[in-house]
Design a protein around this ligand. Sequence first.
Ligand code: AVJ
Length: 318
Amino acid sequence: MHTSTIVNRELRKAVEEGLGAKHKSLPSWLFYDEKGDRIFQQIMHMSEYYPTRCEYEILDHHKEDLLRYFESQQSPFQLIELGAGDGLKTEILLRYLCSRHVRFTYRPVDISASVLEQLSRRLKKNLPELEIQPVNKSYYEAVGELHGDEKKVIFFLGANIGNFTPQEALAFLKNISVHLEGQGLALIGFDLKKDPRIIARAYDDEGGITKAFNINLLRRLNRELGAQFSLTQFDHYASYDPETGAARSFLVSLKDQDVPIAALKKTYHFAHWETINTEISQKYDLLMIEKTLSEAGLEIVDLFFDANHFFCDVLVKK
Ligand code: AVJ
């Protein structure tokens, strides 16, 4: 079956569930259509959006350490990156591993075909010696299909784990841990609690790029499901709760309105100021990280921080 048919079925199911709930929500994977991919690349370049820069710094400064840990692996191994995106951060590390003639296959997994193509094209050009096998799947699917005896190093970077609630993150990590039997390793990125103002700004930038990212989700529903959302009658709102560490994004209805969605043969009502929760970006402290990992049956091998301690990549094994 064609990928777009599957995505479309998933899409209809997600929208029907999310908009049918008492507190309306839409899953954040819906952000990443072609335009959403492009806006997210802009977000990663914004001065307010620190996570990408922090992780870039971490991977650059600790590439020797990481190599040492990977080399204790039987080679060749599979380097599986879940939610690889445009892979710009990972490229520093891939470049280094290639320069040291480490034998491995890079398997970037991403739900977005366009971003994956862009990544493959760039890596084939920049690192022709790299063996790369792109996987166009959601990471749930990809993890479900991991098998084989080859040793695995699983990357889950860029605070992607933050899109899960803490309970969901635990379940996902338990799932991953099954695949680390033997000598497997995983490198997991956690965005850390910090000055709440810095976090709030990262999700509500001056230039309105994050707003455009959020609103684009409605444009996608208009195009792919024949919905009739007015893009000017919803606003972007981001909140950060320093107690729980949850940064959340909402679309806020600016008037009382009815929105038909042709593909669902339904019309949804939005009261004035009613919200649709579109994303959670969970922030962690070290205690939460340790607790979550140990509950998932994972052992911390090493922790890597940027100079500001804004972000942390944790290397774990089973
Ligand atoms: C791609 C999930 C890591 O939550 O920080 C950026 C997405 N949303 N700005 C994040 C995002 C709004 C991002 N992740």
